[in-house]
Design a protein around this ligand. Structure first.
Ligand code: SAM
Length: 264
């Protein structure tokens, strides 16, 4: 897991043959079961009264073991969703950041870079980073790790330069114990849709600061659907301790992608 041992851990595997031309033209994201948004709309319609008792932006039904298919970085990716938690579904920030990374490989070159993902959920973003050549550590709460591991392994085995790692990481907790500096240092920290109404925003910011220390050269890429004023307030807080710039905004998806490095 440590950056210094990256070389010894990595197994360089043969690159798979190129996809046939017609397949590559199929479109970047192939959603066999419709987009997450469409699925959620349908679930909300089905949920009827239950909607009234929940926040309107939340999925009203966490359906069982759904599967979503995508096409990124030259590969079909199949993600198993799971039940009952926020980390069980693929969120729009993850899809937007995958698309951004694929389309901007010169601007953000992940080849042979050490990448940490916070709140990885189902793992789509970590899968794509891994397929783009990064040495990835995907992290989330302990309950999420089993499905995350499943998705990472099934989509990267025999396809990625480095076998992705999975680690438990609760924001703000035991960072120095579990990820001591300077052994655990990353080129990029990725975070998608980790900002929404929850009680750990301060801990999340602290975790971002911990992994992006001044002088570390670490770059944070944070993608989020902007739902509330509180999301914009988080962006303002980020700007107070980071040099943060808005990389892109996707008006249709209401997603913003920020790039940030620690202020010296
Ligand atoms: C809205 S989901 C986004 C999942 C994924 N990044 C995506 O975009 O599909 C938020 C993620 O943050 C994780 N999370 C929430 N609170 C957390 C905490 N205190 N520490 C670590 N992870 C947390 C959840 O388990 C979940 O995977």
């Amino acid at each position: 897991m440590q950056r210094l041992s990256r070389g010894s851990q990595s197994v360089r595997q043969e690159r798979p043959e190129k996809e046939p031309e017609d397949k590559r033209q199929d479109g970047k994201q192939k959603m066999e079961q419709g987009s997450t948004d469409e699925a959620l709309t349908e679930q909300k319609a089905m949920a009827g009264e239950a909607l009234d008792r929940r926040n309107i932006w939340e999925p009203s039904v966490y359906y069982a073991l759904g599967k979503e298919s995508f096409y990124f970085a030259g590969h079909d990716i199949s993600i198993r969703e799971s039940m009952d938690t926020y980390g069980a579904l693929i969120w729009p920030g993850a899809i937007a950041l995958c698309q951004f990374l694929e389309n901007n490989q010169q601007q953000v070159n992940l080849m042979d870079k050490a990448v940490l993902e916070l709140g990885a959920g189902t793992g789509l973003l970590s899968v794509v980073a891994s397929l783009l050549g990064a040495w990835v550590t995907a992290t989330d709460l302990p309950d999420i790790l089993s499905n995350l591991t499943f998705n990472l392994l099934r989509n990267t085995k025999g396809r990625s330069r480095y076998t992705p790692q999975v680690a438990g990481l609760t924001w703000g907790q035991d960072l120095e114990r579990d990820f001591p500096h300077p052994s655990y240092q990353y080129d990029y920290v990725l975070a998608a849709d980790v900002v929404y109404p929850h009680d750990c925003l301060e801990e999340l910011l602290e975790t971002m600061r911990y992994f992006c220390q001044p002088g570390s050269g670490t770059t944070l890429l944070w993608a989020n659907k902007i739902r509330f004023q509180s999301d914009l307030r988080f962006a303002e807080s980020l700007k107070s301790s980071f040099n943060a710039t808005l990389l892109t905004e996707l008006p249709q998806q209401e997603v913003r992608i920020y790039k940030a490095t620690a202020k010296e």
